[in-house]
Design a binder for this molecule. Structure first.
Ligand SMILES: NC(=O)c1ccc[n+]([C@@H]2O[C@H](COP(=O)([O-])OP(=O)(O)OC[C@H]3O[C@@H](n4cnc5c(N)ncnc54)[C@H](OP(=O)(O)O)[C@@H]3O)[C@@H](O)[C@H]2O)c1
Length: 312
């Protein structure tokens, strides 16, 4: 496993991270522990969860149990701002909610510090300065070591960095946004802003929920029990236009001695903006495949060829 500094910070993270949104929703405690233990064995140190994953804290709670005795081996990243209950005080990025949310995440995760605390979604109703000051207080108190954002537009990344700079507050070291071979819209504004301000990018949905692993085939039933075997997400993902691109990418990778999974992970990992590619997994074997899939260093020529396929 390779490690790199996350953004312009000293924090070293594995190039492949583990997304934890299956815990509490698809996986119970045994399933969670199996995935997390495999990740540690593979050298993965970045574990990304959120208070809302699994439904009102379930992912964090299972992780708190599964990581007992292993806390020091991982970079624990979680998020706040999504709705955790009814009413106005259970969501958003106000000082009021942040101070409650951090205590609840610490308790569920069974730890007294968070390595990376991320704003899950921008909150247009709360002044950015209030959010940055509250997060800075958490860093100064030792409850949080680094801060990051998620789903910010490019201008919000710039705005938050300017406020931190101007008032001498802690800066975001990471930006988590959807980015994959099938979803490239962040490349217009978010990635240039992140690079300009030294914010390491953590691409989410890197495998397009599994579509970029090659296990879904046009005209065939989805493998049983997989995320895209049913539901509205499947309808949105398993489209002819997506299969047109996926089939070309698969052929491109195969003729170069690689798999489409390796192409999906390596194409992101070899971009200079990327800190860690956080792929989710429901089985330990998936963790092993994903951990090994980011070592193809694409040449400029190969990137241009892949551009042609994904932009056509
Ligand atoms: N900040 C945000 O707003 C936001 C939003 C979404 C996600 N995220 C983060 O990003 C992480 C990654 O996203 P994601 O997990 O939803 O999507 P993803 O990484 O694109 O897809 C993960 C899913 O693909 C399947 N899969 C993974 N590896 C595989 C392999 N080697 N072979 C075959 N199938 C494989 C698994 O589902 P099945 O086994 O069910 O097929 C797995 O749950 C999340 O866990 C979360 O931490 C953040």
């Amino acid at each position: 496993m390779d490690y790199r500094r996350l953004g312009r910070s000293g924090l070293e993270v594995s190039v492949v991270g583990i997304g934890c949104n299956n815990f509490g929703r698809r996986l119970d405690l045994d399933g969670t522990a199996a995935v997390l233990n495999q990740a540690i064995d593979e050298g993965i140190n970045l574990f990304d969860t959120a208070d809302i994953y699994g439904g009102a804290g379930a992912s964090e709670e299972l992780m708190g149990k599964a990581l007992e005795g292993k806390r020091h081996q991982v970079v624990l990243a979680t998020k706040f701002a999504g709705p955790m209950g009814e009413g106005p005080m259970t969501k958003g990025t106000s000082r009021n909610h942040i101070m409650d949310a951090v205590e609840n995440s610490l308790r569920r995760l069974n730890t007294d510090y968070l390595d990376l605390y991320q704003v899950h979604f921008p909150d247009p109703e709360t002044p950015m300065e209030e959010t940055m000051r509250a997060l800075d207080d958490l860093v100064r108190s030792g409850k949080v070591r680094y801060i990051g954002n998620s789903n910010y537009a490019g201008w919000q990344i710039a705005h938050s960095q300017w406020i931190a700079e101007h008032y001498g507050l802690t800066k975001f070291i990471s930006a988590q946004n959807e980015w994959s071979l099938l979803r490239r819209s962040v490349e217009t504004e978010v990635i240039p802003a992140a690079q300009k301000f030294g914010t390491g990018v953590l691409p989410y949905f890197p495998l397009a929920s599994g579509l970029l692993t090659g296990k879904y085939k046009r005209g065939q039933d989805a493998p049983e029990g997989t995320r895209l075997s049913a539901g509205p997400m499947a309808e949105r993902a398993l489209t002819d236009s997506n299969f047109d691109v996926v089939e070309k990418l698969e052929e491109y990778a195969t003729t170069r001695g690689h798999t489409i999974l390796e192409l999906a992970m390596s194409w992101l990992a070899s971009h200079p903006a990327v800190g860690s590619v956080i792929a989710g997994a429901t089985k330990p074997e998936q963790v092993t495949s994903n951990a090994a899939a980011a070592s193809w260093v694409l040449t400029d020529e190969e990137r241009a060829e892949v551009d042609q396929i994904t932009r056509s």
